[in-house]
Design a protein around this ligand. Sequence first.
Ligand SMILES: Cc1cc2nc3c(=O)[nH]c(=O)nc-3n(C[C@H](O)[C@H](O)[C@H](O)COP(=O)(O)OP(=O)(O)OC[C@H]3O[C@@H](n4cnc5c(N)ncnc54)[C@H](O)[C@@H]3O)c2cc1C
Length: 443
Amino acid sequence: MDGYSGQSTTVAEGGVELSPATVDPISTLFKNLMDFAQGKIAGESNFLRQGNYDKLSVGAFLRQGLESYWLSKNGVTEVNGCGEWSHKALEEAIFAMYENNQRTYTSAGELSTLDFVAESEYQMFPGEEITIAKGYLSVIESIASVLPPGLVQLGKKVTKIEWNPESESRNIPTPVTLHFADGSHTSADHVIVTVSLGVLKAGTREDSPLFNPPLPSFKTEAISRLGFGVVNKLFLRLSQPANDSDNPKSINKFPCLNFVFHQPESEFRRKRIPWWMRKTTTLQPIYQNSSILLSWFAGEEALQLEKLKDEEIINGVSTTISNFLIPRSQNENSESDSNGWSNGHKNQNDTVEFHFSQVLKSQWGSDPLFQGSYSYVAVGSSGEDLDAMAEPLPRTEESPKAPLLQILFAGEATHRTHYSTTHGAYFSGLREANRLLHHYNCI
Ligand SMILES: Cc1cc2nc3c(=O)[nH]c(=O)nc-3n(C[C@H](O)[C@H](O)[C@H](O)COP(=O)(O)OP(=O)(O)OC[C@H]3O[C@@H](n4cnc5c(N)ncnc54)[C@H](O)[C@@H]3O)c2cc1C
């Protein structure tokens, strides 16, 4: 935990800084709706009383919640309009900001593809979130330090896994053969597959089968039904404006900035803001007073980010900021006087400019060893598909006589309640290790 105060500044497109009185009612509405979807609070809405949640998405539920909120207010809103913003447009845009945040939490590119029923099965890990100073690698190194040196072989891409579901001798282990991209191979009685759901999706397509023979249909159907989205982080290093050197601390005052964008149908959308920035929720220092800023991207926007050159990213982010951070003296619409965020460099036209010197981004979508970021329960799938992901092969149903536990599956996409997380991946590894220990009566 880095002591970041968590205070943020919410600004609407055009530079209207929004007060908590404006943001909070919508923030509370959104939180209550998500708490309800996640089963944290009981309640009933007209919409849900119909009781048919089949194929209901979190996205549809949230929008119905917003509509009900408007209906309950009978046209009277707690949020005042401001300048080019009508009160309803402002409420909807603030709501969309929270929806976009939810896209990055879940990796569902569109919340309309995120299953409503499964949302209540997902469990948050208790306690605060922390940043591991030396990165996740230090956790892996610590766990792996008990293994004999040389046991973990890196840089060995598996191209094929040959297993034996047709074998007829249940009690005689039949080795599984792993073929590697460098032409070598090895065999083992048991293989625990922990590649991402994205790699499994690609590996079960006919043009590039990872398994020989192919996986049984209960497995391939679960793999295909579950969702695997793309979420990327973008880091930007702020540089000191050339003529602001008398104020060496100014770059360290970038606010934790929340963006409220005009929605697609609005006539006030600034054309220069690139489309891939329009679902970005925040741009914030990674810790208080850091000159490194972080933004999250999901879905199509995350994929586009992977394709852009650093210069295009810097231009896109800078243009976006300049349409939000307008010096207070110019910003007659500003409805809040809380935060002093206007610490950027004012140019000749007296608009605020921040300059960036370096870009770092993840590219999980195009990385062939990941093919996305983390899984979610898509509409049409369910928690049962996560359980099916975890089932070892072969099953007695399909292979009554073959040795069991040839292929075991671990990884975040195999954990019914902690999928999409590192701890879900970790617990699933313990689960499969224990399965083998039980098999050999070692527990
Ligand atoms: C931007 C972002 C932020 C996140 N933030 C958090 C967070 O705050 N908290 C949290 O708990 N989780 C977070 N996650 C999720 C977390 O990183 C994943 O859930 C976790 O890493 C999944 O672990 P895994 O072992 O299941 O799969 P992976 O991490 O995908 O590991 C699979 C491994 O298989 C290897 N592999 C793939 N194909 C092959 C092949 N053919 N041959 C050999 N090896 C192969 C890959 O190289 C990789 O090392 C985040 C993820 C992203 C993308």
